[in-house]
Design a protein around this ligand. Structure first.
Ligand SMILES: C[S@@+](CC[C@H](N)C(=O)[O-])C[C@H]1O[C@@H](n2cnc3c(N)ncnc32)[C@H](O)[C@@H]1O
Length: 264
């Protein structure tokens, strides 16, 4: 009998890793270890230069960016690339902004990979809401009246609108991801559902990155305040009583003017 000379490489693994909101020192130790030991890193557009500087020189690094209305890498392509490298035995890191399980497609990618027999591990990250609250001096909940936090998106897969009326309560801290483009319609729906126009609302731009800034406003005015400027940074919007501490801190700064760029 001939010896079996076929060399079968063991299946690799994919780690869906949260990179946090941007600043490298907001990476978790587990995320850093995953990056340092990766053979392949597929990273989002929102992963900034100081985190990219930590990628090991021997790793193959591919940007698979997705930015709102801007051109983006198709999800199907990302799935197939992860699968291809895992099948070749690689330690793959899929590095995402914030936390992978918050508007980060972690469920889709996990389901796809597991259905093809690839082991998946998720490494949580600091989500933008937590980082914005820390940076701009407010708390997402308060014993004095902010008793519920809702993480919502302005954009849905099928284009359907969220049920904003159920969130129209100033005691709810409404954390809005990808909500900048639709803030006029969202704020109007919240007001129509009974939310007082004077309810505090803030927009936090480029949270945890150099040049981060805050626009302090109200739900009645935030769409106008944001429409005045063209925005080239990721924008996180937070609505509710909890944000009043951010406005009281008086840190509002005018938006950066970047000619020719659209909000993404
Ligand atoms: C696809 S979602 C990803 C959210 C991410 N998984 C998280 O947990 O923060 C992208 C949206 O998150 C928000 N975002 C992400 N990073 C941000 C940052 N550094 N500053 C402000 N907003 C940010 C923006 O609303 C952006 O449109």
């Amino acid at each position: 009998m001939q010896p079996d000379r076929t060399i079968s490489r063991p299946m690799g693994r994919v780690r869906l890793v949260g990179a946090g909101p941007g600043s490298a020192d907001l990476l978790t130790l587990r995320a850093l270890k995953a990056i340092e030991t990766a053979d392949v890193i597929l990273f989002d557009a929102l992963v900034g230069d100081d985190i990219r500087a930590l990628f090991p020189a021997r790793a193959r690094c591919v940007e698979v960016g997705k930015r709102g209305h801007c051109p983006s890498t198709p999800q199907d392509f990302i799935n197939r690339v992860m699968l291809k490298f895992a099948r070749a035995g690689a330690e793959v890191v899929r590095l995402k902004g914030g936390d992978p399980s918050i508007f980060g497609r972690a469920a889709e990618e996990r389901a796809y990979l597991e259905s093809h027999g690839v082991a998946v591990e998720v490494v949580p990250g600091i989500t933008t809401a937590s980082a914005a609250a820390a940076e701009f001096g407010f708390s997402l909940t308060t014993r004095a009246g902010a008793r519920r936090v809702v993480l919502a998106t302005g954009r849905t897969l099928d284009g359907a609108s969220s049920d904003w009326a159920t969130m129209a309560n100033p005691s709810t801290t409404l954390c809005l991801y990808m909500g900048c483009a639709d803030i006029a319609s969202i704020s109007q729906q919240l007001i129509q559902a009974g939310m007082p126009p004077s309810t505090p609302a803030i927009a936090a731009l480029d949270v945890s990155r150099p040049g981060s800034r805050l626009v302090a406003s109200t739900i009645g005015k935030i769409a106008i305040d944001l429409a005045r400027e063209q925005i080239a940074a990721p924008v996180f919007i937070c609505i509710g009583k909890a944000c009043s501490d951010a406005t009281i801190a008086g840190r509002e700064v005018s938006l950066r003017r970047v000619e020719g760029l659209q909000a993404c």
